[in-house]
Design a protein around this ligand. Structure first.
Ligand code: SF4
Length: 95
């Protein structure tokens, strides 16, 4: 599944989620953000619509962090940073 927040894209490969004992992604979303990510039928799902996620998501990255450390590394968040490549080139850093 995937959804957008204001500027980030959250992608969840749910292949291993049924065997995940912690469901740490949804717990983190409830604890650190607004609970837009919940568990439905054993899988991560949005509590509301795609539009709700874009409007209510706080971009805290808590679901990704918790899934890495307590789940099964199923979440990838793309967080584009406009101007970062130009900045790195300007300062001689690898792009
Ligand atoms: S913590 Fe990760 S592996 Fe576990 S249910 Fe959530 S997304 Fe799936």
């Amino acid at each position: 599944m995937e959804f957008m927040e204001r500027s980030i894209k959250v992608t969840i490969d749910t292949t291993n989620c049924p065997e995940c004992a912690t469901k740490a992604c949804a717990a983190a979303c409830k604890l650190y953000a607004r609970g837009i990510l919940v568990i439905k039928d054993g899988l991560p799902a949005l509590a509301g619509s795609l539009e709700d996620a874009k409007r209510l998501g706080t971009e805290c990255l808590g679901c990704e962090y918790e899934c890495w450390f307590r789940g099964k590394s199923a979440i990838k968040i793309d967080a584009p940073t406009p101007g970062l490549d130009a900045f790195r080139r300007k300062h001689g850093l690898p792009v």
